[in-house]
Write a protein that binds this ligand. Sequence first.
Ligand SMILES: Nc1ncnc2c1ncn2[C@@H]1O[C@H](COP(=O)(O)OP(=O)(O)OC[C@H]2O[C@@H]([n+]3cccc(C(=O)O)c3)[C@H](O)[C@@H]2O)[C@@H](O)[C@H]1O
Ligand SMILES: Nc1ncnc2c1ncn2[C@@H]1O[C@H](COP(=O)(O)OP(=O)(O)OP(=O)(O)O)[C@@H](O)[C@H]1O
Ligand SMILES: NC(=O)CC[C@H](N)C(=O)O
Length: 631
Amino acid sequence: MFGFYRVASAVNKTTVANPQKNAEEILTLVKEAADKEVSVVVFPELTLTGYTASDLFLNQTLLASQNESIQYILNNIKELDTIVILGIALLEADRLYNCAAVLQGGEILGIIPKSYLPNNKEFYEKRQFVSGRDIVRTATELLGKEVPFGVDLLFTDGRDMTFGVEICEDLWAVTPPSNHMASNGANLLFNLSASNELIGKHEYREELVRTQSARCMAAYVYSSAGVGESTTDTVYGGHAIISEYGATLAQNERFSLESSLITADIDLERMRWLRINESSYSDGRRKKTRLIKLKSLPMMSELQRDITPAPFVPSRYADKKLRCDEIIHIQAHGLIKRMTHAHIIKALIGISGGLDSTLALLSTHRAFEMMGWDSRNIIAVTMPGFGTTSRTKSNAVKLCEALGVTLKEVDITDISLQEFKAIGHDTEELSVTYENVQARARTSILMNMANQEGGLVIGTGDLSEIALGWSTYNGDHMSMYALNSGIPKTLIKYVIEYYKSNKAIADIIDDILDTPISPELLPHSDDKIVQETEEIVGPYELHDFFLYHFIKYGAKPDKIRFLAMRAFDIKYDEETITKWLKIFLQRFFNQQFKRSCMPDGPKVGTISLSPRADWKMPSDADVDVWLRMLE
Ligand SMILES: Nc1ncnc2c1ncn2[C@@H]1O[C@H](COP(=O)(O)OP(=O)(O)OC[C@H]2O[C@@H]([n+]3cccc(C(=O)O)c3)[C@H](O)[C@@H]2O)[C@@H](O)[C@H]1O
Ligand SMILES: Nc1ncnc2c1ncn2[C@@H]1O[C@H](COP(=O)(O)OP(=O)(O)OP(=O)(O)O)[C@@H](O)[C@H]1O
Ligand SMILES: NC(=O)CC[C@H](N)C(=O)O
């Protein structure tokens, strides 16, 4: 389903040194996983014997019993598609290896030995096992059959999933084997562990799993031994973790007295496309691997993963002050460098009482504060036209007064009427010409005033408008420094909201946030806004969602629609989402020419559309292939 797979981490209740009893518990969990449409389920290290069997591993009876239990499990999973990864002790060439066995449909597909054996303090694995670090391109015999054996094994379904397996300490080593597995194409990594609990260790463990998933641009599924393991010297809490690209998707409650199983729906298609976008991934050294083909996997009937409707906005758990301060600092530092370099001490901003010019003014003001510059050198220009309402104008004026910046007013009605006359435009015809004449008049005034004042014009257009080309070419599209160009509309609102911590402007900001988004280019009716942007181009929350998935993961339109339906639930139906997604794609393609010559401006989040840095695209590319996916 659009590159999603359900994976599970199981922690079985263990009976040390009793493989047959453990096999029964394992089978119960495997059946639960299969019922939940899980593709792969991973169990803890040395699952069948228990990790803490110690010198009993050196006794023939335990090993024989373990192998019988493997056969028993194979017999019982013949009809299942779910892949099962178990920890086993393997006798090979008269040495004992601590291994992971990958089982599917009654067969062992491969066995991977542990590379790094912990051998200090509470761990003494080298007493029983040897490292399999150098085992490559070989096979072993188990239960009368030849099975691929080595650290070079990867498993693929031939579609979006390729996985590799490592064992506990492997992840804690300086160079975990999963690094190489990921470099060779594994986008899903499993770890079978036995990690005892010590004060604070679980936090470090989770961090390790999470950061390894980020470093490897993969999903990482971890299962550690738990209840029933020997407590002779240590206690095992049974930690299960599923992370994907730096985020933990699921984690269990440790210290459970029963078996547990957690699942998560991971997006492996996303991992593949992220990697294509990272040159350091492509530069990773490749080693020789053996790719084992999996049989068909269970199909997921429904996605069980939360998709955020506001991917650009920090989650409610994030520290708002930290996030906003970071954004404002990036903006302010961009502007400070530009102004000091150009020996310019004044900044000009067309101030409309809308969201974008409000943020541009606030962040410019913050930059001036940081530098101890006189805020009167910020020249805010209000330029009322045919559509300007008293609400927006008065908010603009009040904000400038509260911030102590210089406020100037230049009415653009006469200039616009003169331009209409000069080009022979009928003033009753409220066309795009009518709108753009005003937008261009404002830019022309700002730039001419900048020459007069020796100042720099601050651009206000945001990332969402830049994506949609919702600006007038060579009008508000142009400036000397596009301060908001890296911030999408949904994030602009979030940052402006934060500025309310300044009590002197809190009420004004509330009203600005409450005003419908509008270019105010068409004549108002009874001082009311007649032109609501989101009714014309569509809701910005949808466009920001589309933009994020389109750029960051190169997602196909049908997947973006699927994700949007999941994220927005009943707020928008499929027809509405499809309609605005088509508009997004059409505008994104046919408005590239505006981006190709956009002014400099700071990148703020992971997505920018600067033609010099992040996004290079022909201005005459055809959008049909993308639109067809929505038919
Ligand atoms: N691929 C291409 N390469 C080069 N040029 C291309 C082109 N496609 C069209 N063009 C040319 O570009 C021109 C069209 O672009 P342009 O003149 O900008 O005009 P256009 O994009 O048609 O109109 C601007 C729109 O932005 C809205 N707006 C303006 C200002 C502020 C806001 C706001 O809410 O913030 C919104 C305004 O309401 C209007 O609907 C045409 O003359 C066309 O020939
Ligand atoms: N009445 C006005 N006075 C001064 N500048 C204006 C006026 N109207 C528009 N502008 C300038 O043109 C830019 C684009 O206009 P627009 O109205 O779309 O933006 P906004 O009001 O700042 O924000 P939003 O697009 O979120 O409503 C503004 O940010 C502002 O710099
Ligand atoms: N079984 C192991 O390899 C355990 C070692 C590892 N450092 C841990 O405590 O998680």
